[in-house]
Design a protein around this ligand. Structure first.
Ligand code: ADP
Ligand code: GLC
Length: 493
């Protein structure tokens, strides 16, 4: 906490949070950022849906904190709102309980069901804050699922205690916006008609866009890297909202993500075959490569260059490029390990390559936290050739584990991976700029050339990567500064 300010109360609202429910990086941020803000003097509470898919070991720790009925739809339908609470490492998690909405999905189902689900959630969290008489200074909303909060705050909750709070909407991924028919959203939200106009919720003649409305009404907008903050104001990256974001740019800021360096710590990681730190990496990391090869049925060979890829399998992640260069990327000195699920066309393609190259390629089509840890530690390089990447966490985890990232220069990848400079022997990884398969292949070849032809320089990079600060510390301070800027009246006398 800065010396002359009071603690800020911050509410985090989002649709996923590790370790309860996670499908991607949003879950990591919802876990790690509150933990980084707490030592800075913030009192953070995280609000989440009480999904049926949350593992029983967490459900068993939740305590019932009350319930009430809430109206939601334009016809005044009433819905149950229960509050279940869990405290973990000093952070309070409040789970909004309602079986009608949260008993299906993992946690998502499809927009038809997800839109009513997150309309309910966005309104319920504000009602819960009033009910519990816990009034935050700032409500920090994450992605489209929480983006109706600023609209409810300034309409239905105006003049109620929680109405005094300021709001921030953070864009983790602009691809998903919560778009549906205007009448559908009018019905489920019960929000006033004047909000369904072009500057706010209206997308086109027939459709409304939840993210668009939230961005318009938020006091500040952030996104998860400085480069992505610029990119989304252009038509290529703006997903149809570039004009809207350009208009709102005075309140838009990019703050790069970090990772939780306690959770991701190769010196204490229980999921590794051998722990290692900066001093022991060059000697001990290889034991994880051996364990990975053994576990995945790859040829046991220390001399192989092992390339990892850990990702949701969607076109965002540059998998078309990976597919295009797969045969050329492989040779008798290279192994490839893919961990991911998603689009069947990528799952099928990677399975095919595994079938054709038994012992050299493993396509592990699944979501598996433990295996992810072993790949981060056991691979030599990690591929992240994304088409777009708001921030990206896998390259940060890789660097922390001494695994060299090979990335496309976009979004947070550009902001976090300094390209290798062979003149000065500086940099953290291998990069390429245009979205072209031959450029990806060239980056992979440059990485392999250094690995096989100049191991001592490769090793320098491994150690530089491990020493790089990828923690939340700097970025958490930037969020704190933003909270303070929004609530100057909280400054102490
Ligand atoms: P995104 O949020 O776009 O999916 P990020 O790089 O921000 O991408 O975060 C991805 C997170 O999900 C990382 O923590 C990564 O380790 C994890 N992850 C992705 N796919 C898998 C998988 N199949 N198994 C385990 N962890 C995964
Ligand atoms: C999104 C983005 C990813 C980012 C993550 C956490 O899912 O795709 O780039 O790291 O959110 O902010």
């Amino acid at each position: 906490m800065s010396d002359n300010t009071q603690a800020r109360k911050i509410a985090f609202i989002g649709s996923e949070c590790y370790p309860f429910v996670k499908t991607g990086g949003l879950g990591d941020v919802m876990y790690a950022l509150p933990r980084a803000l707490t030592p800075l003097g913030c009192e953070v509470r995280v609000f989440l849906p009480n999904y049926a898919c949350i593992p029983p070991k967490y459900k068993d720790q939740m305590l019932y904190r009350g319930n009430f009925m809430m109206d939601l739809c334009s016809d005044g339908r009433q819905f149950y709102v229960g509050i279940m609470e869990l405290v973990m490492d000093g952070v309070i998690y409040d789970f909004i309980d309602n079986r009608e909405f949260f008993d299906w999905g993992n946690p998502y189902t499809g927009l038809w069901e997800d839109i009513p689900k997150y309309c309910y959630f966005s309104k319920a969290v504000l009602a819960v804050m009033n009910y519990m008489e816990w009034i935050p200074d700032v409500i920090h909303c994450h992605d489209w699922q929480a983006s109706l909060v600023p609209l409810y705050l300034r309409t239905r909750f105006d003049g109620t205690p929680v109405g005094s709070a300021k709001s921030i909407v953070t864009i983790h991924n602009l691809r998903f916006q919560g778009i549906c028919g205007i009448e559908h959203l009018k019905y489920w939200t019960g929000l006033p008609d004047y909000l369904f106009d072009y500057p706010v919720l209206k997308q086109n003649e027939n459709e409304a866009n939840m993210f668009k409305g939230g961005l318009a009404y938020a006091d500040k907008i952030t996104t998860v890297s400085e480069t992505y903050a610029e990119e989304i104001q252009t038509s290529f990256y703006g997903e149809g909202l570039n004009g809207h974001l350009y208009y709102h740019r005075p309140k838009l800021k990019g703050i790069v993500n970090g990772i939780d360096v306690q959770l991701w710590n190769s010196a204490t990681d229980k999921l590794l075959a051998a722990d290692y730190d900066y001093d022991s990496v060059l000697e001990k990391k290889i034991e994880n490569k051996r364990a990975l090869q053994e576990q995945l049925g790859l040829e046991q060979d220390d001399g192989q260059f092992v390339i990892g890829l850990i990702s949701r399998l969607t076109d965002q992640k540059g998998l078309d490029l990976v597919n295009a260069v797969f045969p050329e990327m492989l040779d008798e000195h290279t192994q490839v390990v893919i961990l991911g699920t998603g689009d069947p066309r990528y799952e099928g393609a990677f399975r095919y390559y595994e079938g054709e190259n038994k012992g050299r390629v493993c396509a592990y089509i699944s979501y598996n936290e433990s295996l992810a840890h072993l790949i981060y530690a056991g691979a030599d390089a990690l591929l992240v050739p994304s088409l777009f990447e708001p921030c990206g966490l896998t390259q940060l985890i890789a660097m922390r584990y001494g695994t060299v990232p090979i990335v496309r220069e976009t979004g947070g990848l550009k902001d976090t991976v300094q390209p290798y400079n062979e003149e000065t022997n500086e940099g953290n990884g291998f990069t390429f700029d245009w979205y072209q398969a031959d450029l990806l292949l060239d980056a992979i070849r440059r990485a392999k050339a250094l690995y096989f032809e100049d191991r001592s320089r490769w090793n320098d990079m491994v150690q530089r990567d491990m020493a790089k600060d990828v923690s939340w510390e700097n970025s958490a301070r930037k969020y704190l500064a933003l909270y303070e800027e929004l609530t100057p009246e909280e400054a102490a006398e």
